[in-house]
Ligand binder design. Structure first.
Ligand SMILES: *Cc1c(COP(=O)(O)O)cnc(C)c1O
Ligand SMILES: [Zn+2]
Length: 414
């Protein structure tokens, strides 16, 4: 039992029933991304403030009545969600901010926010009697799907671009997935995966195409709101590639507003890399999205043709938010900053969020006295090679106290 009413096409606005294997709008095809809509009046009767008081499941499934799940397969998944919301006092002081929190999605079982979507994907796959799940991904969606598939005993077919970082590739193999490393860019990977899914009828975890996945990602917004006793922050900052994460964040707050659990939406700041910023361009020019190069070291947000443009642009426009682009240098600097000030090891795409926040403060798009939640989307341990570009190398010394003293003295003279 759930409160799903129907799916609505984000392009032509037609509604259609949410059936097995639902993907995109039959009329608008691939570009007709669907949005799942709920009967909030009925949902309201179950999902009240008391519901949360009496709900003891710390994982994302505490929000199951607000999702599009039809079965009990969710009881068998990895423990996803319930991630810490850290009071980032040292970083706040450094930036001159009154209130900054970091939502640590790197703490999810496979190390990224993608787990929230993958969990829904494997549950839906089981519901629809699939034995094999598939996706193409720049890395995290893949490793996340592989881990979640392993937990439910599903077979995973994974398509990744050549440049996927080693940590993510190793995760895939350890989780027992079949991995296809496709020569070329992410576009080539995506195209092949789509053809393969059509050919073999595997369950499709490509985030934009499968409307249930945003319904998983939205739980991150529920957790943020619930943490603050349903008082929302002024801003939520998150990096953007395909646009599904920011769409999920928006959907979560939107649901809560419909349920009258919150009284306004936070503004959303979407952050991209200067070398791959189609959303920033579309936002600034008020034109539709144009394909761009994928020229950034932040692999998880290197998406030249985002698959979820309508939902992501709406997320920012409807909240009075903003899109901003930052250089790879600023992203690397933010990785160091997060590590040294907050003890958080973020991968480049995640650190881009902080770089975007700093830039938005400089440009006075965000004020220093506003309350801010930064979503840390993925764990840096997956990509030590990029971290190597910003760190100072270790001191290489003999194992004697003299050698140590000499090195420390030299250091202090600097
Ligand atoms: C996927 C991902 C993003 C961006 O999410 P989209 O849905 O592609 O916009 C940001 N950071 C990390 C670490 C990711 O894995
Ligand atoms: Zn349509």
């Amino acid at each position: 039992m759930n409160y799903v009413k129907h799916a609505r096409c984000t392009l032509c606005n037609t509604t259609l029933p949410v059936t097995k294997g639902i993907t995109t709008c039959p009329t608008c095809q691939d570009k007709g991304i669907l949005e799942i809509e709920y009967d909030y009046e009925r949902m309201k009767e179950e999902v009240t403030l008391d519901y949360f008081k009496n709900q003891h499941d710390p994982t994302m499934w505490r929000y199951k009545p607000m999702m599009s799940i039809d079965s009990d397969h969710y009881l068998k998944t990895l423990p996803i969600g319930g991630t810490p919301l850290i009071h980032a006092q040292r970083l706040a002081n450094d930036l001159g901010l009154k209130q900054l929190h970091i939502k640590d999605e790197g703490m999810n079982p496979t190390g990224s926010l993608k787990d929230r979507a993958s969990a829904v994907a494997v549950v839906k796959a089981c519901e629809e009697n699939h034995r094999t799940v598939a996706c193409s991904s720049t890395g995290n969606a893949a490793s996340s799907l592989a881990g979640n598939a392993a937990k439910l005993g599903l077979k995973a077919m994974i398509f990744v671009p050549e440049r996927a970082p080693l940590g993510k590739l190793r995760q895939l193999s350890i989780y027992g997935a079949n991995v296809f490393k496709v020569r070329g860019d992410y576009k080539a990977t995506f195209t092949l995966s789509k053809e393969a899914i059509d050919t073999y009828h595997w369950y499709n975890r490509n985030a934009a195409i499968n409307p249930h996945l945003v319904e998983g990602k939205k739980t991150v917004a529920y957790e943020i709101a619930e943490h603050f006793g349903f008082k929302v922050p002024d801003w939520v900052v998150v990096s953007v590639g395909d646009g599904c994460t920011i769409a999920g964040v928006y959907k979560g707050f939107y649901d809560l507003l419909q349920l009258e659990l919150i009284d306004r939406l936070p503004r959303l700041l979407g952050v991209q890399s200067l070398g791959c910023a189609p959303f920033v361009k579309a936002f600034e020019t008020k034109q539709s999205l144009i394909e761009t190069d994928e020229n950034t070291l932040a692999d998880s947000i290197a998406v030249g043709i985002p698959r979820n443009p309508v939902k992501a642009l709406r997320a920012v426009n409807h909240t009075g938010g903003s899109f901003i682009a930052v250089s790879d240098e600023k992203i690397l600097a933010s990785m160091k900053h997060l590590g040294a000030l907050e003890g958080i090891f973020a991968e480049p795409a995640s650190a881009a969020g902080l770089a975007g926040l700093v830039e938005a403060l400089n440009q006075k798009r965000i004020k220093h006295d506003e309350s801010i939640v930064l979503i840390h989307t993925g764990n840096g341990l997956k990509d030590p090679a990029t971290a190597e570009r910003v760190i100072s190398p270790p001191y290489d010394i003999e194992g004697t106290i003299e050698a140590l003293k000499n090195t420390i003295n030299l250091e202090e003279e600097k």
